[in-house]
Design a protein around this ligand. Sequence first.
Ligand code: NAD
Ligand code: HSO
Ligand code: ZN
Length: 430
Amino acid sequence: MPLRLDSAQADFELRFSQLLAGKREASQDVNDTVAGIIADVRARGDLAVAELTNRFDKAGVTPTTLTFSPDEIAAAAAQVPANVRAALQTAHDRIKAHHEKQKPQDSVYTDDLGVTLGSRWTPVDAVGIYVPGGLASYPSSVLMNAVPAHVAGVKRIAMVVPTPNGEINPTVLAAAQIAGITEIYRIGGAQAVAALAYGTDSIARVDKVTGPGNAYVATAKRQVFGQVGIDMIAGPSEVLVIADSSANPAWVAADLIAQAEHGAGAQSILVTTDPRLADAVEREVDRQLSLLPKQALARDGWDEFGAIITVASLDEATELANRIASEHVEIATDDPQALVSKIRHAGAIFLGHHTPEAIGDYVGGSNHVLPTARSARFASGLGVLDFMKRTSLLGCTPSALAALAEPAVTIAGVEDLDGHGRSISIRLNR
Ligand SMILES: NC(=O)c1ccc[n+]([C@@H]2O[C@H](COP(=O)([O-])OP(=O)(O)OC[C@H]3O[C@@H](n4cnc5c(N)ncnc54)[C@H](O)[C@@H]3O)[C@@H](O)[C@H]2O)c1
Ligand SMILES: N[C@H](CO)Cc1c[nH]c[nH+]1
Ligand SMILES: [Zn+2]
């Protein structure tokens, strides 16, 4: 049963804050395990990576077989049916077209003192993409990570994917092929993140690690941050649907189920102004779940983290959406534009009855790697800027330096950094 809340209830604030607190931090056990794995990979390199991969994934690898050969990639990709390849190609092309529009412009200008100021964008040199789940991994997530990296101009993209029992989902390798990734390792977990961050004999280290994963992967990314950059901690998926009486209960229910089927902590929330819609959606979710072939995962997700909240107005709905800061927010009303500017915290917003979140997961063109667990308050979804960095440019003429010297030397003085002041004043009157 989902949690049922009504904002008019006396204990609403308490129960709502319990809902907000529902997501948990990595346990100390996971932190310690991951720290041990990272230390082992740093000390013993490929040998440790191979041993850990065999322990956790039963992958049957040796230090010399961690890499997929070009023939293995081609053979796996060749098993993928033509219609699946075509769908992945459509997704790739649409994601690429949208992300091209995110490319930042360099800018340089000279101000009235004669100081030249600019911002220059350059790509990260080498990126490691984590593709979770082995057999259950998502080819769409390969595209969502690789395409913005390519658009940014990243020269080297290394992909890691675990192969439980030595098996790989061939569609993942087909997606990698479509995205132009040729460097792929059959490793996962904290050992893969450590190998990417610190390097081994067979895996050159990268500058940034991106991609979602389980608690071990997320904790490893946290622990290697600083040695390398990371994108974000993208955890279990979430959707919040804002709906009024114009919404179709069957469609809303289908969208809630779509998120719940990600399992392991996935969260689906409906916020509605219409109590009759709330009841109808609850019945519909039950009905549709019973028709799903793999209903257990979605039912667990819905029972554990599902919620239906009734509110007095759409304004109140947007306030709750901002407090929840969900990964995905759907606006299931006839006039979504009237609400969109009121939603300040969301990884992605889906406008109107004909924009199910799942279209964004695959072929809409926007990125599906998005901030979860309320981090949309301060973070954005994956995009081209995650694979670039901005360098500032500054240039003074003699007269511009002279004009700025006095305040700069004054600040150096109050910071007790006479060497700073002198490096400015030494240049004056020459
Ligand atoms: N937000 C997103 O965009 C998104 C997309 C896809 C998947 N996900 C998330 O990714 C996760 C996938 O999880 P997964 O487990 O299937 O795959 P995974 O690739 O994240 O993790 C598998 C690895 O975990 C490590 N591991 C497992 N048990 C361990 C243990 N006891 N000690 C040390 N290491 C251990 C192993 O090295 C194994 O290779 C899910 O949580 C899913 O929600 C999120
Ligand atoms: N909804 C997930 C997180 O945004 C991404 C995904 C991949 N495949 C299907 N869905
Ligand atoms: Zn999804």
